[in-house]
Design a protein around this ligand. Structure first.
Ligand code: 4NP
Length: 169
């Protein structure tokens, strides 16, 4: 899958990662993708933000289980504070990557036109282990194991995204 082209050449390529609460999946993906981009020297060329379609957790730190899992794997989850996805995020980002079908419906409902909807894709569209985009399962309702599984999928997908970003920016 190809990423949408940069909309403002000369400025960092901008990615919005979106889930429901912005305390588990999308901030995990933000921390992992940012870390991998920094490691590849792309930190100044790509900007990664995250938000939730729901506003319940705005201002909160990451879910404790997500933070524990990230820390155990060498990432820093401490800087995250949850944000709410609003319609103006389309204009501020080149691509919106959502974690599941429900996020996709809610984000699409906020889009003003097909151009914005076309720039909204499932995050796992870039997962090399699936033939097409599918949901990143929400670990919020389960135990610690689900967060480990989620992180593995996020790391694999982020690696593929970094490869694609090298062709895009
Ligand atoms: P996330 O997980 O969308 O991956 O951040 C959830 C976080 C909070 C809730 C649901 C899912 N919640 O119902 O508060």
């Amino acid at each position: 899958m190809v990423l949408p082209p940069p909309r403002r050449p000369g400025t960092p390529y901008s990615i919005a990662l979106v889930c429901l609460g912005n305390i588990c999946r999308s901030p995990t993906a933000q921390v992992v993708l940012t870390s991998k981009l920094d490691a590849e020297g792309l930190g100044d060329l790509v900007r990664v933000r995250s938000a939730g379609t729901g506003a319940w957790h705005v201002g909160e730190a990451m879910d404790r289980r997500a933070a524990t899992t990230l820390t155990a794997h060498g990432y820093d989850p401490t800087r995250h504070r949850a944000q709410h996805f609003c319609a103006d995020w389309f204009d501020r980002h080149d691509v919106v990557l959502v974690m599941d079908d429900r996020n996709l419906l809610e984000v699409d409902a906020l889009a003003q036109d097909d151009e914005q909807r076309k720039r909204t894709l499932l995050f796992r569209t870039f997962d090399p282990d699936v033939a097409h985009g599918i949901d990143l399962p929400d670990p919020w309702y389960g135990g610690q194991d689900g967060f480990e599984v989620m992180l593995g999928v996020v790391e694999r997908t982020a690696d593929a995204l970094v490869t694609e970003l090298k062709r895009t920016v």
